[in-house]
Design a protein around this ligand. Sequence first.
Ligand code: SIN
Length: 370
Amino acid sequence: MTRRFVLAVLLVAAPVAAQPQPVPAPELPRVRVIATGGTIAGVQDAPGTLGGYRAGTRTVGEIVQSVPELTRFAQIETEQFLNVASPEITPAHWVSLSKRVNELLKRPDLEGIVVTHGTDRLEETAFFLYLTVKSDKPVVVVGAQRPATGISPDGPINLLSAVRTAASPKARGMGVMVVMDDRIISARENRKLYPRTGGFGTGEMGMLGVVAGRGPEFFFRPARRHGVDTEFDITAIDTLPTVELVFSYPGGEGPRLGPDTQGVVAVTTSGFAPGERDAFTEIRRRGIVLVQAFPTGEHVAGGPPPGPGAGPRDPQGGPPAGAGQGRPGQNLAPTVSVQHLLPQKARILLMLALTKTRDPREIQRFFGEY
Ligand code: SIN
């Protein structure tokens, strides 16, 4: 055995010294990372390939440990709330997650919260939190479009940006935000535009800011009610009212509603097919609240409501519905119009509105203020 060979054997056999984990400085802000699953927790059968993966597999501990840089900016706490692909998220999950976040944010030592989430239903969970978290402290929802074991995963940098935002005093009062691809987006405006990195945007609305080299920088504030100004209190609520979301299409005949349905969001650029008109007339006659939304989240045709309590436009194609009136003699509830909100988010606002009232004029007010 040559000396060189012995040395090589010794080197190979020598135990690898455990890498010391960086210890966070105690004065750093405390941020809790609550994990729900998604691609940010996705693991492939063949790591490092372009192959398929299972979302909601890595634990929150594994996700956080894969980004040691986090400890430079915050003291991290972790919590595994769920570990699922986000299409499995239900309204009951929204309610219990929001209760948990509200409870945690009462802690004076906690600066902010990051929620990791699958991107497919991230818009909805983030908006529900935006409407129901009664705190000035930052809550940041974050996901990834490439699995944690994939090539160039986006999860680690997104998580780092999310934690830096949640730890920042500049983020106070900004409401619930989505931080992905260096963008800070209000949960009201964020939308998944495409399923690749960079795919979260705001449509025609602006971002709140960016996460740059020096950390989060804000340029705008959300103008709509949120945070400590929200009227929605879910403390005593476990289930949300049933609200259906339906698209108008040629030859459509309207939705078949179950007995529990309290509201319908009808999505159309303007107008309805004859069969749908009959169905919506019947729906309004039953006192079910009908909300009209534009497919891409623009204002519905006719613009903002003309005054307090007035629905702007009758979905039958008639004139504005007016305060509490449909067409003369029909005794129909007025139609509520969406003001620049994606239909799936309009559904969430309607669900929460229905926990407080079934009066369409009051519900129109919610759509005007949130
Ligand atoms: C999911 O929504 O859970 C899967 C897709 C993703 O996170 O990008």
